[in-house]
Design a protein around this ligand. Sequence first.
Ligand SMILES: O=C(O)c1cc(C(=O)O)c2c(n1)C(=O)C(=O)c1cc(C(=O)O)[nH]c1-2
Length: 243
Amino acid sequence: MANSEKHPWTREEFEAQLRGMERYYHIHHPYHTLMNEGKLTKGQIQGWVANRYYYQVSIPRKDANILANCPDRETRAKWIQRIMDHDGHPGDPGGIEAWIQLGMAVGLTREEITSEQHVLPGVRFAVDAYVNFARQAEWHEAASSSLTELFAPKIHQQRLDNWPEHYPWIDKDGYAYFRKRLTEARRDVEHGLEITLDWYKTREQQDRMIKILQFKLDVLWSMADAMYMAYINGMPPYFNVGA
Ligand SMILES: O=C(O)c1cc(C(=O)O)c2c(n1)C(=O)C(=O)c1cc(C(=O)O)[nH]c1-2
């Protein structure tokens, strides 16, 4: 049956389909399962934190692209909060600073983190693909691509629950980022879902949204693949050709 002949999903069915995509979330990537089971070395944890920094600094640029393409004032007034969450505002140093604190808690220096010297090309390409998608896509589509955040509170909570036991060498002050995201991600998801469930009406459009969410899941999975190759297989780019 062609897409156009299929019945559209109801709001509830559509939301259930989106939530069902959790099976492809990076929580299931071996880099993350090893991390959650306490099986990563200090260097492998440091590699993850240093690389994820590039995601952290790119998220507000992604959100600024969505704002730039959005003619709806009410949406912009809400969406701008995401930029402030990460970049900070008076009274809150912001998520990027909290991530740097996490980096220092795992033994990296501020300079090592902010210089992006450890960021792998594969991670950079994956994250840049997300920012570029937000720049070029119709704004509802770009906004809806944030919905991997549906699955994020669980992964942040797992880290808060398991890291102190598995990685006692990490300074507890470093965990503020994960705590901060628990509430922020839930609020983001509420707004993101509202936009998404209102926007995609026909089954063809809803199927397209599933593909957009898959793209975003691919971004996160590909980041973890690049880190697995470099830090677990010991095969960073050019490892075999010498300096
Ligand atoms: O640690 C994680 O696994 C994880 C995943 C995601 C995500 O699912 O995209 C985000 C975050 N963290 C996060 O902290 C964050 O601020 C965030 C913003 C967004 C987004 O797409 O706008 N995703 C995520």
